[in-house]
Ligand binder design. Structure first.
Ligand code: GDP
Ligand code: MG
Length: 295
């Protein structure tokens, strides 16, 4: 059978997680309209007739401002290095800029085949997109190219077929029931983080981490006690909202998704805690699951 690891790489916000979810046909990686939503490497297992492809969603590559950003970039770089095929996702509605230079100069794609995906072609202007594509073709002449609209699942089957063709013969890496390498606690934290991101304005999201203090698995409803970590008192106020209105809304939305994930009734208790500059603390990055451990 054809099998292997396929890293989905690119700038923040280009649609990498949407591609993973579209391919696996399940929401395993959170998606928002904000950049740097994905902070970990998330694997999704695709099974074809005679293939098993492990798609690896990665944090967007960007110029880092804190240690968290450095860790996130490193996760992407090492995923690229270990992959059998790399998929570089480009926002086709943007023109070539120094961000693209930064990305190409930092990526070590290790001689594995590279597929460049021009996503969001629904938002692109034809002439501009052609210019962008020509630049990529010139810089990466050995690569394969495909257009997609990930949010509509347009051309994702074609992308899978292309990747399948480029993969080597290999073993089945995961048993048949496994869809993702991430456990339920990770998914619960990501659901809560997504609801915070979607409920708040732009300035807070990068400062947020989620910590699960306790899950009483034997209780019904299942009791989950989690903490939203922020960096400043003012952010704590924003997350809680007037009269606790916003945190209630976050809790309600998160609870619904967690119940869907676990297929159980859930009682979700949320707290907010200030921990200034956690994004630059090695110890706290480790606690919150953002340390780039060797996989
Ligand atoms: N118009 C359009 N929007 C898209 C497409 N793919 C993804 N998006 C949107 O782009 C935003 C970022 O997507 P996401 O998957 O989180 O990007 P990531 O940061 O690269 O993982 C979300 O609001 C998506 O709904 C597409 O093909 N067309
Ligand atoms: Mg993402």
């Amino acid at each position: 059978m054809k099998s292997g690891f396929v890293a989905i790489l690119g700038h923040p916000n280009v649609g990498k997680s949407t591609i993973l979810n579209g391919i696996i046909n399940r929401k395993i990686s959170i998606v928002t309209d904000k950049s740097q939503t994905t902070r970990n490497v998330i694997k999704g297992v695709y099974r074809g007739k005679d293939s098993q492809i492990i798609f690896v969603d990665t944090p967007g590559i960007h110029k880092p401002h804190a240690k968290l950003g450095v860790e996130m970039n490193n996760m992407a770089y090492s995923s690229a290095h270990e992959a059998d095929v790399n998929v570089l996702v480009v926002d086709a509605s943007k023109s070539w800029n120094e961000g693209d230079e930064f990305l190409l100069s930092h990526l070590d794609i290790n001689n594995a085949p590279l597929v460049v995906v021009f996503n969001k072609i629904d938002q692109a202007r034809i002439n501009e997109a052609e210019k962008l594509k020509a630049t990529y073709r010139e810089k990466l002449p050995e690569s394969h190219f495909i257009d997609t609209v990930a949010s509509e699942r347009f051309n994702l089957e074609e992308l899978i077929a292309l990747v399948e063709k480029l993969l080597p013969e290999g073993p089945e890496y995961y048993p048949s029931e496994v869809v993702t390498d991430k456990d339920e606690i990770f998914q619960i934290k990501e659901i809560i983080r997504e609801k915070v991101l979607k409920t708040l304005r732009d300035e807070v999201p990068h400062s947020i981490a989620i910590y699960v203090n306790n899950i009483a698995w034997e209780e019904n409803p299942l009791h989950i006690h989690a903490t939203i970590i922020v960096e400043k008192d003012s952010q704590k106020g924003i997350v809680i909202g007037a009269g606790g209105k916003r945190i209630k809304e976050i809790g309600l939305k998160a609870r619904r998704d967690i119940e869907k994930l676990l297929n159980k009734h859930v009682f979700l208790e949320l707290f907010v805690k200030v921990q200034s500059d956690w994004r630059n603390s090695d110890e706290l990055l480790e606690t919150y699951g953002y340390k780039n451990k060797k996989r």
